[in-house]
Design a protein around this ligand. Structure first.
Ligand SMILES: C[S@@+](CC[C@H](N)C(=O)[O-])C[C@H]1O[C@@H](n2cnc3c(N)ncnc32)[C@H](O)[C@@H]1O
Length: 251
Protein backbone atom coordinates (compact mmCIF):
# COMPACT_ATOMS: atom_id res chain seq x y z
CA UNK A 1 0.00 0.00 0.00
CA UNK A 2 2.81 2.38 0.87
CA UNK A 3 4.73 1.50 -2.26
CA UNK A 4 1.74 2.45 -4.39
CA UNK A 5 2.43 6.07 -3.32
CA UNK A 6 5.94 6.10 -4.78
CA UNK A 7 6.87 7.29 -8.27
CA UNK A 8 8.49 4.23 -9.85
CA UNK A 9 9.68 3.01 -13.25
CA UNK A 10 8.11 0.16 -15.21
CA UNK A 11 9.07 -1.90 -18.24
CA UNK A 12 7.53 -1.23 -21.70
CA UNK A 13 5.10 -4.15 -21.23
CA UNK A 14 4.74 -3.59 -17.49
CA UNK A 15 1.89 -2.14 -15.46
CA UNK A 16 2.72 1.19 -13.75
CA UNK A 17 -0.39 0.80 -11.57
CA UNK A 18 0.43 -2.77 -10.50
CA UNK A 19 1.03 -2.09 -6.81
CA UNK A 20 -2.32 -0.35 -6.33
CA UNK A 21 -4.17 -3.08 -8.22
CA UNK A 22 -2.47 -5.83 -6.23
CA UNK A 23 -3.32 -4.23 -2.89
CA UNK A 24 -6.90 -3.34 -3.83
CA UNK A 25 -9.11 -3.25 -0.72
CA UNK A 26 -6.29 -3.61 1.81
CA UNK A 27 -6.44 -1.29 4.82
CA UNK A 28 -3.98 1.62 4.75
CA UNK A 29 -0.56 0.64 6.00
CA UNK A 30 1.34 2.51 8.73
CA UNK A 31 5.09 2.14 8.29
CA UNK A 32 6.18 5.10 10.41
CA UNK A 33 9.97 5.40 10.70
CA UNK A 34 10.42 2.75 8.00
CA UNK A 35 8.95 4.96 5.27
CA UNK A 36 12.26 6.45 4.04
CA UNK A 37 13.90 3.01 4.23
CA UNK A 38 11.09 1.50 2.18
CA UNK A 39 11.43 4.24 -0.40
CA UNK A 40 15.20 3.76 -0.63
CA UNK A 41 15.08 0.02 -0.96
CA UNK A 42 12.17 0.13 -3.42
CA UNK A 43 14.32 2.27 -5.70
CA UNK A 44 17.29 -0.06 -5.24
CA UNK A 45 15.37 -3.26 -6.09
CA UNK A 46 13.50 -1.64 -8.99
CA UNK A 47 16.90 -0.68 -10.43
CA UNK A 48 18.20 -4.23 -9.89
CA UNK A 49 15.30 -5.75 -11.82
CA UNK A 50 15.58 -3.23 -14.67
CA UNK A 51 19.35 -3.80 -14.93
CA UNK A 52 18.98 -7.59 -14.87
CA UNK A 53 16.33 -7.58 -17.58
CA UNK A 54 18.45 -5.21 -19.66
CA UNK A 55 21.40 -7.63 -19.50
CA UNK A 56 19.24 -10.56 -20.58
CA UNK A 57 18.51 -12.30 -17.26
CA UNK A 58 15.40 -14.41 -17.85
CA UNK A 59 14.72 -15.64 -14.29
CA UNK A 60 13.86 -13.44 -11.31
CA UNK A 61 13.48 -15.31 -8.02
CA UNK A 62 11.75 -13.34 -5.28
CA UNK A 63 12.29 -14.83 -1.81
CA UNK A 64 9.58 -13.70 0.60
CA UNK A 65 7.77 -11.93 -2.22
CA UNK A 66 4.73 -10.85 -0.19
CA UNK A 67 2.86 -8.30 -2.29
CA UNK A 68 5.88 -7.35 -4.40
CA UNK A 69 4.43 -6.10 -7.72
CA UNK A 70 7.57 -6.38 -9.84
CA UNK A 71 6.41 -9.37 -11.87
CA UNK A 72 3.63 -7.10 -13.19
CA UNK A 73 5.48 -3.78 -13.15
CA UNK A 74 8.53 -5.17 -14.96
CA UNK A 75 6.76 -7.80 -17.06
CA UNK A 76 8.99 -8.60 -20.05
CA UNK A 77 8.47 -11.25 -22.72
CA UNK A 78 10.78 -14.20 -21.99
CA UNK A 79 11.35 -13.27 -18.35
CA UNK A 80 9.90 -15.57 -15.67
CA UNK A 81 9.29 -14.50 -12.09
CA UNK A 82 9.40 -17.13 -9.31
CA UNK A 83 7.77 -15.86 -6.14
CA UNK A 84 8.29 -17.77 -2.88
CA UNK A 85 6.39 -17.07 0.34
CA UNK A 86 4.23 -18.63 3.05
CA UNK A 87 1.34 -20.73 1.67
CA UNK A 88 -1.27 -18.38 3.17
CA UNK A 89 0.26 -15.29 1.58
CA UNK A 90 0.62 -17.09 -1.74
CA UNK A 91 -3.03 -18.20 -1.74
CA UNK A 92 -4.23 -14.63 -1.25
CA UNK A 93 -1.79 -13.27 -3.82
CA UNK A 94 -2.94 -15.85 -6.36
CA UNK A 95 -6.55 -14.67 -5.96
CA UNK A 96 -5.43 -11.08 -6.39
CA UNK A 97 -3.36 -11.90 -9.49
CA UNK A 98 -6.25 -13.87 -10.98
CA UNK A 99 -8.42 -10.76 -10.62
CA UNK A 100 -5.97 -8.73 -12.74
CA UNK A 101 -6.14 -9.44 -16.50
CA UNK A 102 -2.91 -11.29 -17.40
CA UNK A 103 -1.84 -11.12 -13.74
CA UNK A 104 -0.35 -14.61 -13.70
CA UNK A 105 1.43 -14.40 -17.08
CA UNK A 106 5.12 -15.12 -16.53
CA UNK A 107 4.65 -15.65 -12.76
CA UNK A 108 5.14 -18.87 -10.77
CA UNK A 109 3.96 -18.83 -7.16
CA UNK A 110 5.69 -21.38 -4.93
CA UNK A 111 4.52 -21.88 -1.33
CA UNK A 112 7.29 -22.48 1.20
CA UNK A 113 8.21 -22.09 4.84
CA UNK A 114 11.85 -21.04 4.93
CA UNK A 115 12.21 -22.50 8.45
CA UNK A 116 11.47 -26.05 7.35
CA UNK A 117 11.56 -26.31 3.54
CA UNK A 118 14.50 -26.44 1.14
CA UNK A 119 14.43 -23.52 -1.27
CA UNK A 120 16.62 -25.42 -3.74
CA UNK A 121 14.11 -28.26 -3.95
CA UNK A 122 11.17 -25.87 -4.18
CA UNK A 123 12.79 -24.00 -7.07
CA UNK A 124 13.67 -27.29 -8.78
CA UNK A 125 10.02 -28.34 -8.47
CA UNK A 126 8.60 -25.24 -10.08
CA UNK A 127 10.61 -25.07 -13.29
CA UNK A 128 13.52 -22.85 -12.31
CA UNK A 129 16.55 -23.59 -14.51
CA UNK A 130 19.86 -23.74 -12.53
CA UNK A 131 21.89 -23.60 -15.75
CA UNK A 132 20.68 -20.09 -16.57
CA UNK A 133 21.54 -17.05 -14.45
CA UNK A 134 18.96 -15.59 -12.11
CA UNK A 135 18.41 -12.37 -10.25
CA UNK A 136 17.47 -13.41 -6.73
CA UNK A 137 15.73 -10.78 -4.60
CA UNK A 138 15.42 -10.97 -0.81
CA UNK A 139 13.92 -7.68 0.31
CA UNK A 140 12.82 -7.02 3.86
CA UNK A 141 12.88 -10.73 4.73
CA UNK A 142 16.10 -11.77 6.49
CA UNK A 143 15.36 -9.60 9.53
CA UNK A 144 12.40 -11.95 10.25
CA UNK A 145 14.53 -15.10 10.19
CA UNK A 146 17.06 -16.51 12.64
CA UNK A 147 20.64 -16.85 11.42
CA UNK A 148 20.63 -20.60 10.65
CA UNK A 149 17.42 -20.18 8.63
CA UNK A 150 18.91 -17.26 6.71
CA UNK A 151 22.05 -19.23 5.86
CA UNK A 152 19.98 -22.22 4.72
CA UNK A 153 17.68 -19.99 2.65
CA UNK A 154 20.49 -18.09 0.94
CA UNK A 155 22.53 -21.29 0.58
CA UNK A 156 19.57 -22.94 -1.14
CA UNK A 157 19.29 -19.99 -3.52
CA UNK A 158 23.06 -20.23 -4.10
CA UNK A 159 22.65 -23.90 -5.08
CA UNK A 160 20.43 -22.78 -7.99
CA UNK A 161 22.58 -19.80 -9.03
CA UNK A 162 24.41 -20.24 -12.33
CA UNK A 163 27.43 -18.06 -13.10
CA UNK A 164 26.25 -14.53 -13.88
CA UNK A 165 23.54 -14.65 -11.20
CA UNK A 166 23.04 -11.84 -8.71
CA UNK A 167 21.61 -11.81 -5.22
CA UNK A 168 20.09 -8.50 -4.13
CA UNK A 169 19.11 -8.32 -0.48
CA UNK A 170 18.44 -6.03 2.45
CA UNK A 171 20.37 -6.56 5.67
CA UNK A 172 19.31 -5.03 8.99
CA UNK A 173 22.42 -3.69 10.70
CA UNK A 174 23.54 -1.77 13.77
CA UNK A 175 26.74 0.06 14.65
CA UNK A 176 29.66 -2.09 15.78
CA UNK A 177 30.06 -2.47 19.53
CA UNK A 178 26.34 -2.69 20.40
CA UNK A 179 24.70 -5.83 21.78
CA UNK A 180 22.67 -7.38 18.94
CA UNK A 181 20.10 -9.03 21.22
CA UNK A 182 19.42 -5.70 22.92
CA UNK A 183 19.12 -3.93 19.56
CA UNK A 184 16.57 -6.52 18.37
CA UNK A 185 14.58 -6.26 21.62
CA UNK A 186 14.51 -2.46 21.46
CA UNK A 187 13.49 -2.50 17.78
CA UNK A 188 10.65 -4.96 18.45
CA UNK A 189 9.44 -2.87 21.40
CA UNK A 190 8.83 -0.02 18.94
CA UNK A 191 6.92 -2.16 16.39
CA UNK A 192 3.17 -2.75 16.35
CA UNK A 193 3.59 -6.12 14.59
CA UNK A 194 6.34 -7.43 16.83
CA UNK A 195 4.28 -10.13 18.59
CA UNK A 196 2.96 -11.62 15.33
CA UNK A 197 6.08 -11.10 13.23
CA UNK A 198 9.09 -10.40 15.47
CA UNK A 199 12.33 -9.23 13.97
CA UNK A 200 15.05 -11.73 14.79
CA UNK A 201 18.33 -10.73 13.18
CA UNK A 202 20.02 -7.34 13.33
CA UNK A 203 23.81 -7.52 13.26
CA UNK A 204 26.87 -5.36 12.62
CA UNK A 205 27.56 -5.12 8.87
CA UNK A 206 30.63 -7.38 9.10
CA UNK A 207 28.60 -10.15 10.76
CA UNK A 208 25.88 -9.88 8.09
CA UNK A 209 28.49 -10.13 5.36
CA UNK A 210 29.94 -13.22 7.07
CA UNK A 211 26.46 -14.74 7.09
CA UNK A 212 26.22 -14.26 3.30
CA UNK A 213 29.70 -15.72 2.91
CA UNK A 214 28.61 -18.85 4.80
CA UNK A 215 25.69 -19.13 2.39
CA UNK A 216 28.08 -19.02 -0.60
CA UNK A 217 27.63 -15.42 -1.75
CA UNK A 218 30.38 -12.81 -2.30
CA UNK A 219 29.34 -9.21 -1.75
CA UNK A 220 29.89 -6.88 -4.71
CA UNK A 221 28.21 -3.77 -3.35
CA UNK A 222 26.84 -2.76 0.04
CA UNK A 223 24.94 0.52 0.16
CA UNK A 224 23.75 2.16 3.37
CA UNK A 225 20.10 3.10 2.67
CA UNK A 226 20.89 6.48 4.25
CA UNK A 227 22.96 7.42 1.20
CA UNK A 228 20.01 7.05 -1.20
CA UNK A 229 18.54 10.48 -0.44
CA UNK A 230 15.21 9.45 1.06
CA UNK A 231 16.03 10.38 4.65
CA UNK A 232 16.71 6.84 5.88
CA UNK A 233 18.65 6.59 9.16
CA UNK A 234 22.38 5.76 8.80
CA UNK A 235 23.64 2.34 9.94
CA UNK A 236 20.17 0.75 10.07
CA UNK A 237 19.93 -1.10 6.78
CA UNK A 238 22.13 -2.08 3.90
CA UNK A 239 21.04 -2.91 0.37
CA UNK A 240 23.55 -5.31 -1.09
CA UNK A 241 24.34 -7.17 -4.27
CA UNK A 242 26.37 -10.37 -4.31
CA UNK A 243 27.54 -12.98 -6.79
CA UNK A 244 27.85 -16.75 -6.36
CA UNK A 245 31.07 -17.67 -4.60
CA UNK A 246 32.32 -21.08 -3.44
CA UNK A 247 29.49 -23.40 -2.39
CA UNK A 248 27.76 -22.64 0.91
CA UNK A 249 29.80 -23.49 4.04
CA UNK A 250 26.59 -23.81 5.99
CA UNK A 251 25.22 -22.76 9.32
C1 LIG B 1 8.12 -7.49 5.20
S1 LIG B 1 7.53 -8.69 4.07
C2 LIG B 1 8.46 -8.25 2.62
C3 LIG B 1 7.73 -8.63 1.38
C4 LIG B 1 8.39 -8.18 0.09
N1 LIG B 1 9.70 -8.75 -0.09
C5 LIG B 1 8.46 -6.69 0.05
O1 LIG B 1 9.53 -6.11 0.24
O2 LIG B 1 7.41 -6.09 -0.15
C6 LIG B 1 8.32 -10.21 4.59
C7 LIG B 1 7.84 -11.39 3.77
O3 LIG B 1 8.58 -12.54 4.15
C8 LIG B 1 7.69 -13.63 4.26
N2 LIG B 1 8.23 -14.59 5.22
C9 LIG B 1 8.66 -14.34 6.48
N3 LIG B 1 9.04 -15.49 7.08
C10 LIG B 1 8.85 -16.48 6.17
C11 LIG B 1 9.04 -17.89 6.20
N4 LIG B 1 9.49 -18.51 7.30
N5 LIG B 1 8.74 -18.61 5.09
C12 LIG B 1 8.26 -17.99 3.98
N6 LIG B 1 8.05 -16.65 3.90
C13 LIG B 1 8.33 -15.91 4.98
C14 LIG B 1 6.40 -13.01 4.77
O4 LIG B 1 5.26 -13.83 4.53
C15 LIG B 1 6.37 -11.71 4.01
O5 LIG B 1 5.71 -11.79 2.78
Amino acid sequence: MTRAEFTRPHSPAGDPDAQRRLCQGMPPAWVGRLYPHLEARTRFFDDQVLAAVARGIAQVVILGAGYDDRALRFRTPGVRYFELDHPGTQADKRLRLEAIPGGLVGVTLAPIDFRTDDVGLVLAGCGHDPERPSLCICEGVLVYLDQPTSVRLLGGARSRAAGGSTLAATLAVHAAGMDSAQVVAAANARRRASSAEPWQTILPAAAQIDLLDRAGWVIDEAIDDATMGTGATPEHSLSITARPGPAARGV
